[in-house]
Design a protein around this ligand. Sequence first.
Ligand code: GDD
Ligand code: MN
Length: 374
Amino acid sequence: MRHDILNADKILPVDTLPLEVAVVVPTLNEAANVEKLIEKLSVVLAGRGWEVVFVDDNSPDGTSELVRRIGRGSRHVRIVQRVGRRGLSSAVVEGILATAAPVVAVMDGDLQHSEDALPRLIDAIAGGADIAVGTRYVAGGGIGEWDQDRARMSRLATRAGQIALGTDVSDPMSGFFAVRRDAFERALPRLSAIGFKILIDILASSPAPLKVAEIPYQFRTREAGESKIGARVIAEYAELIADKTIGRFVPVRLLKFLMVGGLGVFVHLAVLRTILGTGSAFVTAQTSAVITAIAFNFFLNNSFTYADRKLKGWRLVGGLASFYAISALGAVANIGIGTWMAGHDERWWVAGVAGVLVGAIWNFAMSSALTWRK
Ligand code: GDD
Ligand code: MN
């Protein structure tokens, strides 16, 4: 590694090689791994104009500060520190946008992606590919020491991704790849950037099919730090697939909202039946059922549909109040439209469904603008 040479009268450039490739590394608590990774990168990338951009979500273990310390000694090392943000995919997008390099490689910060494959990924781009994917699922590649369950889960998710997106890339779940900047930029406006899987997102968002090269590599076992995979990562993967398929026609958030509303109907009926069972008048039972179902919908929307704008504390109370008000108006719209339709169409259920849909869309639009406003 060469360092800045600062003379009294002239400043020599850090590196006379033009910037050829940037390695973007998303990190969350990887302080135990970054130094080793940088060492490995400087070995395999020697002779090229390179930099590494860590995109760290303000890791409590001090990853950002550590990278900055190393960065003071080497212009190859850069950091983008994000505060109050989360997400592997969005971190990668911001890292790519933060570098000027014409080719960008993406790689995990935990040493599980074998850096030996990195030069081959980069050279495949020079050889004419738009994107070069490090794959575990062709001859020469492998998943290392994953247990049976994790291996099965990965295969299943891979298959689901391939079918949903109509791609035959052998490892669309890979987080290890290189891409030509212009190919990335063409996909950029349509990226979902949800969750963990940025490669699949780029492949599906590209306006024209990308020329893909596949480079086998051996996935290594993580030695330090912890994997971030969990229920949330799986849910975000499902959401990404939904966004990339039906999401083109209907916003995924609206679908989630309607699903919650559908569950609300069951809650309503359960409460109605229970209270009627105690011998109460219908109007009392129905009123209690409405109040309960709206609250149920509110809390479920708050942690599922609007997980990214989740209300807490006093704002939760205010949110619930506004959701009640909006839902009350939604019910008025529902009844109004339904009644009007019933006067124009013989079929009772058409009128009923029309009322419900208008009410639901009203509730969605208003609560998204007011209750869960950005
Ligand atoms: N900035 C940021 N923000 N980085 C994150 C976040 C986040 O919310 N979550 C995870 N990371 C970083 C981790 O620090 C690590 O460097 C990398 O992303 C991968 O996270 P792991 O938790 O180690 O994931 P994994 O080992 O289960 O899965 C990985 O391997 C797959 C197989 O190649 C992922 O990288 C997948 O993308 C990859 O396909
Ligand atoms: Mn990992």
